[in-house]
Design a protein around this ligand. Structure first.
Ligand code: UGA
Length: 372
């Protein structure tokens, strides 16, 4: 049993879901530091193939259920100084077509990991989502608009979590994550389990999502939808007019925030952190226009500037599964700044240029541009 009063900067890391977008970037960063050891669990390894031979990394290719059943998860949690749980299905299309799987993976699959951390007194960093805030109060009092920041700026300790009705399956993920947060928080309160909860604000970067028809099927999140349209000379589609707003955060800033947590375990534990870039807020319509411009630059193909940007309804785009949207995500990041000394530094154009260049390098048919 570890003594929580002696929480020190971790040297041994357990990453559950280490081959997802965030996991792959965190793993890359941890393995750069001499002397840190990492154990990971994931069914996939596509995004971390370049790290597989590393001396300080051990990958278990199995599900959480399997790992708990064969005892390897218990062994890893007992060994680790910190457990980072990243496993989840975090894609709105999946919320519409298989909500029960989303709830299972985001809530029930996580419970054994939380319980093990509690029993063995291992620091748990649990990934949640800014989507737990749901819709802003402003969106329910339209006459006020966004004039009062208290009705829309999202603060960990003050802002209510506003989910739509159960028939709107959009909220299955946020509700599952909200319950998980409450369970983790309860164990921190009742059993002094060391924990940190992270609410990410739309992290963007290389390896973020699949590109339909190239390395996956279905509908990815907005960045990959727009990149697919740009690659294929198709229209960019704005769901419900593209008026929803998001705060876009570089994956590199996000990993810096995690490193700051590891450096300050006493400040980071017992806390919920919004992690996102103040100032990087824009509408989805603005995002489409900005991406079209940057893609044209990166590809040296000015025709991309003229690709149409069209409106579709949520039902046309996501089907009849009950789509509803978060209207706005404006971060209050005071907690991360004051406790971790962290704030995001990378602006939106730099994030988009890096990410678009990454996908362009991998997937664009460059011969077509060269011969045009
Ligand atoms: C999703 C998850 O549900 C969040 O929990 C997670 O924090 C977030 O992704 C993330 O990437 O961090 P959301 O931002 O709603 O949330 O997901 P997107 O699919 O990226 O949608 C963003 C906005 O773009 C929504 O308004 C959506 O309707 C719109 N959209 C999406 C379009 O207008 N066109 C598209 O082609 C795709």
């Amino acid at each position: 049993m570890k003594d929580q009063h002696h929480l020190t900067t971790p040297r041994r890391f357990l990453l559950v879901g280490c081959s997802g977008f965030i996991g792959s970037h965190l793993l890359e960063r941890l393995l750069k530091d001499v002397g840190l050891e990492v154990v990971g669990f994931d069914l996939e390894a596509g995004k971390i193939e370049h790290l597989l031979g590393h001396d300080n990394f051990t990958l278990h290719r199995k599900s959480i259920d399997e790992a708990v059943a064969d005892g390897s998860m218990q062994e890893a949690v007992a060994w680790a100084d910190v457990v980072v749980n990243l496993a989840a299905i975090c894609n709105p299309y999946e919320y519409a077509i298989r909500p029960s799987a989303v709830i299972k993976s985001s809530l029930f699959d996580a419970l054994p990991i939380v319980d093990l951390c509690c029993e063995l007194n291992t620091w748990l960093i649990q990934f949640s989502t800014c989507e737990v805030y749901g819709r802003t109060v402003s969106s329910y009092v339209p006459e006020e608009g966004y004039s009062d920041p208290d009705l829309y700026v999202q603060s960990e300790s003050r802002t209510p979590l506003v989910m739509g009705p159960v028939s709107k399956q959009r909220w299955c993920y946020a509700s599952a994550k909200q319950t998980l947060e409450r369970y983790v928080y309860a164990l921190g309160f009742e059993r002094q389990m060391p924990f940190t909860i992270i609410r990410p604000y739309n992290f963007f970067g290389p390896r973020m999502d699949f590109i339909p028809g190239r390395d996956g099927t279905g509908i990815p999140r907005v960045l990959a939808c727009f990149i697919t349209a740009l690659l294929d000379d198709e229209p960019l589609l704005l769901v419900d007019g593209g008026t929803a707003r998001r705060t876009i955060t570089s994956i590199h800033d996000a990993i810096d925030a995690m490193m700051a947590m590891f450096d300050r375990p006493h400040a980071a534990t017992g806390q919920i952190f919004n992690i996102g870039a103040d100032g990087n807020e824009l509408t989805i319509s603005e995002l489409a226009h900005r991406m079209r411009e940057i893609y044209a630059d990166v590809s040296c193909d000015p025709r991309k500037r003229n690709l149409p940007i069209l409106n579709v309804t949520g039902e046309e785009f996501y089907g009849k599964g009950g789509y509803e949207d978060c209207d706005r995500r404006v971060i209050d990041s005071t907690n991360a700044t004051s406790l971790l000394g962290w704030s995001a530094k990378i602006g939106i154009d730099e994030i988009l240029r890096e990410t678009i260049s990454y996908y362009y390098e991998i997937y664009a048919d460059k011969t077509a541009v060269a011969t045009r």
